[in-house]
Design a protein around this ligand. Structure first.
Ligand code: ATP
Length: 607
């Protein structure tokens, strides 16, 4: 295959794969295991009775064949047989009691390990979500949403098995195995060693088979993760797919991934089914050796029939934990990869940190100063090159300039979504890096171009501005920005359910909702990223009216596109390649006939 063809194929097939989510298995790592274990620590007290129950269950299991040995030998022993009928009945009763204890302790263990495991997973997921909510924009700049989603869902789920039964089962299987080996050797060393001769053979065969099985399942998970990522992108981009009539091509691509998935599943499943017979054959060989050598030892009167029977019973219980321990090892390696990805996020420090001595920003007046700001998203590619702006409380500032000139970046710095590389942003004379982020952001409102509507009612969406607002306050805010009428025309008024992203609402309606949300929050500084989409004149008028109300008495920064908004601004800042090239009000800037004049002229030309 030519290099060109392979590059083409790669880009098509790996379009939806997040490289860092590819490693499904990682080498064993004690430090990581210890870290995972710390999530279990809060449940130490709940875990104790489970472990005690597990030990009781295992010991009873080990004791039962021992009693069988005694019963059988007693029955077959002509001397003891007649006199110990009462004794045999007592042993029969004891065995029944042991079975009941075993059943009850197993039930308790399974139920509570699952409950504790779920609690640990719950804590881990909460911890992860709480942390990623704090991470700065820089973190999200580097990662597609799907990749973050996969860690909170798939990777945490991958640890579920380990926590819900893995840890306790591991202990149980180890105790059972060690117990059986000790008992077998104690009962008869030669017979014990003879029946265990197949263990190393089985170990070698199963290790190589397990490896193949693990890789096969790894492949299945990778294929599924690709399908998920593709689905995520397809659903989000469905409108574009339909608009460009790309359904057929998209279907063909999906079909290709789906076929790959089913093929890899079939392969993994076939390999998996091969594992059972390996255990069965080795177990059968062990049993044959037991009966062949065992009967010989009976004939030579080295062991009794009861002992052979107990041996058979122990051997029956021997292979099950070995099988489970093998599975457990695979599970652990998968958990290593998932936990590494989870801890990578948890260890990620926010680049916009809060100082230890950060104080809450007192109620602000609204003076804002950008003091010689230099900022870069990527090293040596400055997005702002020495920006200084002085704004008095209550002033309205319009930021204009070509696309990519740095308008949104100025806003990002004011909200402290990023910190400047050089220079300071001051509010009422205080450097915003000296105050707590919550106190800053709660006093700076932001209305984004793409208004985000959450799944819920219209009322919930307005109330997102201030969660403790009453119904009346919510409606007053909507009335003030002229959103009330359209809300009342919806089927359930304020209680109308809107889906995530608010697709059922028009652009103008979404913007009015976001104004109501901002008004309810009542910030002293307001940032507005105006929608560029052309809105009908009636809505435009409504939005202008709403804006007047919204901006009254506040310091405002607008990334302005509409002439009507720019014209009324107290100060217009014209940006070009991260620098301020002009500044003044509409009249002054028009008369200078510079960049601003050019932008306005261009807008008229296209009207
Ligand atoms: N998250 C980011 N990571 C890297 N570079 C970025 C990022 N966001 C913006 N930039 C770059 O920084 C520069 C300024 O971008 P900014 O978004 O501030 O421009 P803008 O004037 O708001 O543009 P527009 O009008 O198109 O929204 C651009 O060159 C842009 O490519």
């Amino acid at each position: 295959m030519s290099a060109k063809a392979s590059a083409k194929g790669r880009s098509r097939n790996e379009r939806f794969v997040y490289q860092d989510d590819e490693a499904i298995e990682k080498p064993f790592n004690w430090e990581q295991l210890r870290r995972l274990y710390t999530y279990m620590m809060p449940y130490k007290r709940e875990l104790m009775p489970v472990i005690v129950m597990m030990i009781i269950g295992t010991l009873t299991r080990l004791a039962i064949p021992f009693l069988m040995l005694y019963v059988i030998d007693s029955i077959l022993d002509a001397d003891k047989g007649s006199q110990s009928t009462g004794m045999l009945a007592a042993i029969g009763g004891m065995m029944l009691a042991l079975y009941i204890i075993q059943w009850a302790s197993n039930r308790y263990r399974i139920k509570y390990t699952s409950i504790i495991g779920q609690k640990v997973i719950y804590d881990l997921r909460n911890h992860l979500f709480q942390h990623i909510q704090k991470l700065s924009f820089r973190f999200y700049d580097k990662r597609p949403a799907g990749s973050v989603l996969v860690r909170v869902t798939n990777d945490v789920n991958a640890l579920q098995d380990l926590f819900t039964n893995g840890v306790v089962n591991l202990l149980m299987d180890c105790i059972q195995l060690v117990g059986i080996v000790i008992i077998l050797l104690a009962l008869n060393v030669k017979l014990g060693l003879a029946v265990m001769i197949t263990v190393p053979i089985m170990f070698i065969v199963s290790t190589s088979l397990r490896k193949r099985i693990r890789f096969a399942w790894q492949d299945v998970r990778m294929k599924q993760s690709r399908i998920n990522a593709h689905l995520n992108e397809s659903i989000q981009g469905m409108k574009v797919t339909q608009a460009y009539v790309q359904e057929k091509d998209n279907m063909a691509f999906f079909n290709h991934m789906n076929t790959d998935n089913i093929k890899s599943w079939n392969k993994a499943s076939a390999l998996n089914q091969g594992f059972g017979p390996v255990i069965e054959v080795t177990a059968a060989i062990g049993t044959c050796i037991l009966f062949w050598y065992g009967t010989h030892l009976i004939q030579t009167q080295v062991i009794t029939i009861g002992l052979l029977f107990a041996f058979a019973n122990y051997i029956g219980n021997f292979w099950e934990p070995i099988n489970r321990l093998g599975q457990m090892y695979s599970q652990l390696l998968i958990a290593m990869a998932s936990s590494e990805r989870i801890f990578e996020f948890i260890d990620e420090e926010t680049t916009v940190g809060e100082r230890k001595d950060a104080k809450p920003l007192p109620a602000i007046k609204g003076d804002v100063k950008f003091d010689n700001i230099i900022f870069e998203y990527e090293k040596d590619r400055p997005a702002l090159k020495g920006i200084s702006i002085d704004v008095k409380a209550g002033q309205s500032i319009a930021l204009v300039g070509h696309t990519g000139s740095g308008k949104s970046t100025i806003i990002n710095l004011l909200c402290r979504f990023y910190d400047p590389v050089q220079g300071r942003v001051l509010i009422d004379g205080t450097d915003i890096r000296d105050v707590s982020i919550e106190s800053l952001r709660s006093q700076v409102g932001i209305v984004l171009q793409d208004t985000f509507i959450f799944a819920g009612t219209i009322r919930d969406n307005i109330r997102y501005g201030r969660l403790d607002a009453t119904d009346a306050e919510t409606e007053d805010a909507a009335k003030a920005v002229h959103a009330h009428d359209f809300i009342m025309s919806l089927p359930d008024g304020y209680e109308t359910e809107v889906e995530e992203r608010g697709n059922v609402l028009s652009m103008g309606q979404r913007q009015l909702l976001s104004f109501a949300r901002a008004l309810l929050a009542n910030p002293q500084i307001l940032i507005l990223d105006e929608a560029t989409a052309s809105i009908d004149t009636e809505t435009e008028l409504k939005i202008q009216e709403a804006l007047k109300i919204l901006l009254a008495g506040r310091t405002s920064f607008m990334i302005a596109h509409r002439l009507s908004t720019i014209r009324h601004a107290d100060d217009i800042i014209v940006l070009d390649h991260g620098k301020i090239v002009e500044q003044g009000n509409h009249e002054t800037l028009m008369s200078t006939k510079g960049v601003y004049h050019g932008l306005i002229e261009a807008q008229y030309r296209y009207l």
